[in-house]
Write a protein that binds this ligand. Structure first.
Ligand SMILES: Nc1ncnc2c1ncn2[C@@H]1O[C@H](COP(=O)(O)OP(=O)(O)OP(=O)(O)O)[C@@H](O)[C@H]1O
Ligand code: SF4
Ligand SMILES: [Mg+2]
Length: 376
């Protein structure tokens, strides 16, 4: 089955998502400006350590996987904060902590000023209604034995106040329409839909309770490139329509730039750089961000030939035993003795602090400096 349902404006063909996203970026940047307002989420020193245990009968802790190890950021109302980083750097764990699906080892997540890591019972249920998630895999995240109507309407079982029993069918059909699916599909099963359509169903389920924040963990990674841009465009349309705030996690830097107002770069459980999309993509100051950007495919052959590709040596170290000082130092071509001794703080580097330069944004590097990186 193809993704032939009513597609939102700006939908692109199968020319490849990088080109599609680049074209769409221009119209988004010229026509659309979501000015950040008040922070709706404030994350402070968030930590999640998974214990490593040994023994069968008498389990004893022999260490911990430091999946998230001191993450702080704000999410502003109506904005999209993109999070990028290599596999295993802790992106999904951050997502689960924001959703309170995992218990934080330490730190706080303030939602409208209230620390949700300390909530339980009714208060937690009320907050959870406002923070929803869209998952990566539209194939496994939908129960194959449930109809689309039951899947999208399931959140109403927990929050019947949002859609009383007699009103549920109408509300589900409304949601199907909102995400560009035919409301008459309400009795179909997930296997009767394409990947892109299934992700639309996942988005409709995420919208069911009228949330303010949606945490999107790799929402388009499992989709064909031709469908990725359709889903991203749909998400942007919905954001404008419902004034949503997104945390958008993805591997694809082009997609993240397209949808994000600001971007945070993660490495081994920490943010190493955070700024506006322009600051991060056009004026990166952290060597890790520069290396990631240098690996982005460039469609223009001339630009591709002339660019410097930064190849990172070695694998990402184990989060159970991260390097001392700067965690990136074992792969960083600029590392010096100080990098092993002193943890670089995520802050605007002193040398840029007083300037109006786009390089004046937070970067966790002792020797932060701009580097021209050619990327798409
Ligand atoms: N429940 C768990 N128990 C133990 N370790 C875990 C658990 N969940 C995640 N981890 C570990 O925490 C680290 C971060 O995992 P996480 O899934 O957050 O990474 P990620 O950035 O989302 O990776 P990917 O891009 O592959 O999805 C990894 O080393 C992972 O093995
Ligand atoms: S602090 Fe040192 S090791 Fe870390 S990124 Fe900067 S130069 Fe590289
Ligand atoms: Mg993940």
């Amino acid at each position: 089955m193809t993704d032939s349902v009513a597609a939102p404006a700006g939908v692109v063909g199968a020319a490849g998502v990088v080109g599609a996203v680049a074209a769409a970026r221009e119209s988004r940047e010229s026509g659309k400006s979501r000015e950040p307002r008040e922070p709706i989420l404030q994350v402070r020193n968030l930590v999640k350590h998974f214990p490593l245990t040994q023994g069968v009968l008498f389990k004893r802790q022999i260490g911990a996987v430091k999946a998230v190890d001191g993450v702080s950021f704000d999410l502003y109302q109506g904005e999209t904060l993109g999070i990028v980083g290599e596999s295993g750097c802790g992106k999904s764990t951050v997502a689960k902590l924001l959703m309170t699906l995992e218990t934080a080892t330490a730190g706080e997540v303030f939602y409208k000023g209230e620390d949700i890591t300390r909530l339980s019972g009714r208060a937690l249920k009320a907050v959870r209604r406002n923070i929803q998630m869209v998952f990566q895999d539209p194939y496994t995240s939908l129960n194959p034995r449930m109809t689309v109507g039951d899947i999208i309407g399931e959140p109403f079982d927990i929050h019947p106040e949002v859609a009383p029993k007699g009103d549920r069918r109408r509300r589900v059909q409304e949601l199907l329409d909102v995400v560009g699916l035919n409301p008459e599909y309400i009795n179909r099963y997930p296997h009767q839909f394409s990947g892109g359509q299934r992700q639309r169903i996942g988005i409709a389920r995420g919208l069911a309770l009228n949330p303010e924040i949606i945490i999107c963990d790799e929402p388009v990674s499992a989709l064909d490139v031709s469908v990725q841009a359709q889903v991203v465009n749909l998400m942007e349309k919905l954001q404008d329509e419902f004034d949503l705030s997104y945390v958008f996690i993805a591997h694809d830097l082009s997609i993240v730039r397209h949808i994000s107002d600001r971007v945070g770069v993660m490495y081994l459980g920490r943010f190493v750089e955070i700024g506006t999309d322009e600051q991060i993509y056009d004026h990166p100051t952290h060597p890790y961000t520069q290396a990631l950007l240098s690996a982005v495919p460039v469609p223009d052959p001339e630009a591709r030939d002339g660019r410097e590709r930064i190849i990172l040596a070695g694998d990402v170290p184990s989060p159970a035993n991260p390097p001392s000082g700067c965690r990136f130092r074992t792969r960083c071509w600029k590392a010096q003795a100080r990098c092993a001794e002193e943890v670089p703080l995520l802050a605007v580097p002193t040398r840029f602090a007083a300037s109006a330069s786009p390089a004046a944004h937070e970067s966790a590097c002792h020797f932060a400096e701009e580097k021209d990186v050619v990327h798409a």
